[in-house]
Write a protein that binds this ligand. Structure first.
Ligand code: DGT
Ligand code: CA
Ligand code: CA
Ligand code: ZN
Length: 601
């Protein structure tokens, strides 16, 4: 019997499980990380592992040495991994889920298993409810409540995000497939549709539309044979569905060019937006579907005396409905139809509006690039202004800077400026907001910096009143200019990720509006924080936004577009974004906030 052909994602999942079980067992951290990094590498590969194994060999991959390569071979040939099976005779695999609960982690998962034989999330919930966890060292009523809340959050998030892929994984894979389809001579045009075009932070499935006037069978067979495809879920003349090696599901539709506008609009969604359009159409005597606007009589019956209207562009369809064309990111039935009907659509920010990136890490803390290399890269991207914002002293795990190092870096930045006359380099810092809302450096140090981001990185499960007061205190601090990734949420590749902090956002926004600071839209697709609805609210309250890549590695400088897409979903206009202002305007704003900007004016 031949084993099931595992996709790259499934192979990666085995490795991630090994990493988690080793971590719970208390194995050496390097060993844990080597499995975890291997899982990440495998998950994001653009081709089948089998092809790589046969052609250049698995050890050509980053983070894959001989031992790991042999384990991948074993999985590819047998569908199983003996090492993982041996581990699971020692520790139940379900502990991996227990470990994911916020407030648990590997050490407590091990403790619960060893002391109380708790193997599953349900068993843990029961033990927390019966007060059995209190027998254990450093566990009290408070930890029980925290764990129960963590279990609830995990279940909720698991439900909301189940089977959904983060935008950061889905978009590059989808763009590569679209490019491959556009390379076919019979394909006239193509677009990403669905939630991906609307830039939702997580994607259920990828929808790709291509237009062709010819027989679609060769287009479909090309599609299902692309190297990224792990398995075919369905193949028909106008619609096919596949699963990619990274786990994404992709629908491809072939559309006749004369119906392109109607189809693209329909498959872009959202469903709620479509329903509103259909109702508008009905009031004008038409039935709208993905094919056409078809005349109907008073009881909604299709009329056979009038022919349907076809639309080759979205613009023409919207115009027929009495609307201006609506950018895809705001098609969520949250006021865009009314705005388009009355000529009041906002001018949304575009990637080309971005002039600066104000949240960047170097090798002074946990980034990989030296200062000069970062400045070079930023200049190469056409940025006019950057802020160096390494971590502050309490973040020891991230190489946080002592006061001495911070001042030393200040000198280094000042020297660097001479070589970059066309790039304004701010020396800032990403200062930790400590558990009580104090900042991680004294005021006399903060007052010397050019730009201060304050961020939550620890004690993320504080209760609502505590975390709200903590954020508000940081917002009111005279030397804070921006709050970084305000809700500290994360979208994980292989799990539910990290929930946002439980802050009262009205209180946060009120404080921000009063103190005049900016709130960040962190562009890293793991974060996308502020998310769109909060960005929109912030803009309504006159709070400036700052979209930043939070770069740690060179390739992350290119993540800006994810932040811009998120801002667009939040109806954000360029004039409300620090990064779109000319440098003089940004410096004037900082000066107005009391910044000394020594050496910059
Ligand atoms: P996803 O895949 O869950 O991230 O979200 P979407 O929005 O991509 O949803 P999907 O893939 O099921 O469908 C793509 C688009 O097709 C959707 O945004 C709107 C349209 N559509 C799908 N089903 C329906 C429906 O039952 N009614 C209407 N009006 N539109 C639909
Ligand atoms: Ca979809
Ligand atoms: Ca779909
Ligand atoms: Zn950062």
């Amino acid at each position: 019997m031949t084993p099931e052909r595992l996709s790259n994602r499934e192979v990666a999942a085995h490795f991630a499980n090994v990493a988690d079980l080793l971590e719970i067992r208390g194995d050496h951290i390097h060993r844990v990380l080597s499995y975890r990094r291997a899982a990440e590498t495998i998950r994001e590969l653009p081709r089948d592992l089998r092809a790589i194994a046969e052609e250049e060999g698995l050890t050509s991959l980053p983070h894959i040495g001989k031992t790991l390569a042999a384990k991948i071979e074993e999985l590819l040939h047998t569908g199983q991994l003996e090492f993982l099976e041996r581990l699971t005779t020692e520790l139940p695999l379900s502990l991996v889920e227990v470990k994911r609960i916020n407030g648990v982690g590997p050490k407590k998962a091990a403790l619960f298993w060893e002391q109380l034989q708790i193997a599953t999330v349900n068993e843990l919930a029961a033990a927390a409810r019966d007060g059995r966890l209190r027998q254990l060292p450093r566990m009290g009523a408070k930890s029980e409540t925290q764990i129960l809340a963590g279990i609830e959050a995990l279940a909720k998030q698991g439900g909301e995000r189940a089977g959904r892929l983060p935008l950061g994984s889905a978009l590059p894979a989808a763009q590569a497939i679209l490019a491959a389809m556009l390379a076919l001579p019979q394909v006239l045009r193509g677009e990403l549709a669905g939630s991906l075009r609307r830039a939702r932070p997580t994607i259920g499935d990828v929808d790709i539309l291509v237009a062709s006037a010819e027989d679609s069978a060769p287009i479909m067979s090309h599609f299902v044979q692309l190297p990224r495809v792990a398995r075919i879920l369905g193949q028909g003349p106008t619609k096919s569905a596949v699963e990619l090696h990274n786990g994404a599901r992709v629908d491809l539709l072939v559309i006749p060019p004369e119906r392109w506008g109607t189809a693209l609009c329909y498959f872009t969604g959202s469903k709620e937006h479509n329903i509103r359009l259909r109702n508008l159409a009905l009031r004008q005597g038409y039935s709208l579907n993905e094919h056409a606007l078809s005349p109907v009589d008073a009881d909604g019956q299709l009329r056979d005396d009038a022919s349907p209207l076809l639309f080759s562009t979205e613009e023409a369809l919207y115009q027929q409905l009495g609307l201006a064309w609506i950018p895809a990111e705001i098609r969520e039935d949250s006021g865009e139809i009314e705005a388009a009907a009355s000529g009041k659509l906002p001018q949304l920010i575009q990637l080309s509006d971005i002039q600066s990136d104000l949240h960047l890490h170097t090798d002074w803390s946990d980034g990989t690039m030296p200062l000069r290399e970062l400045a070079d890269q930023a200049r190469g991207l056409g940025l006019r202004c950057i802020a160096i914002t390494d971590h502050s002293r309490s973040r020891a795990v991230a190489g946080g800077l002592s006061i001495e190092r911070l001042l030393e870096q200040r000198n280094a930045v000042q020297q660097l400026r001479a070589d970059f006359p066309d790039l304004t380099i701010l020396q800032g810092n990403e200062v930790d907001i400590l558990a009580d809302g104090q900042l991680d450096y004294p005021d006399e140090i903060l007052s010397q910096l050019d730009f201060v981001i304050a961020s939550l990185h620890s004690a993320l499960r504080q209760e609502r009143s505590v975390v709200t007061a903590r954020l508000v205190r940081a917002i009111r601090h005279p030397f804070v200019d921006c709050i970084g990734h305000p809700l500290a949420q994360q979208f994980a590749e292989d799990g539910p990720g990290r929930p946002p902090v439980d802050a009262d956002m009205d209180a946060v926004f009120n404080a921000a509006a009063a103190s005049g600071i900016a709130l960040e839209i962190n562009a890293n697709p793991i974060r996308l924080d502020l998310e769109a609805r909060y960005a929109r609210r912030a803009q309504e309250l006159g709070i400036p936004l700052s979209i930043n890549t939070d770069t740690h590695r060179p390739e992350q400088l290119h993540l800006m577009h994810f932040g811009v897409r998120t801002a667009r979903r939040g109806w954000v206009s360029p004039e409300n974004v620090l990064n779109c202002w000319p440098t003089e305007q940004l410096l004037a704003w900082l000066r107005g906030r009391g910044r000394l900007l020594e050496g910059l004016l």
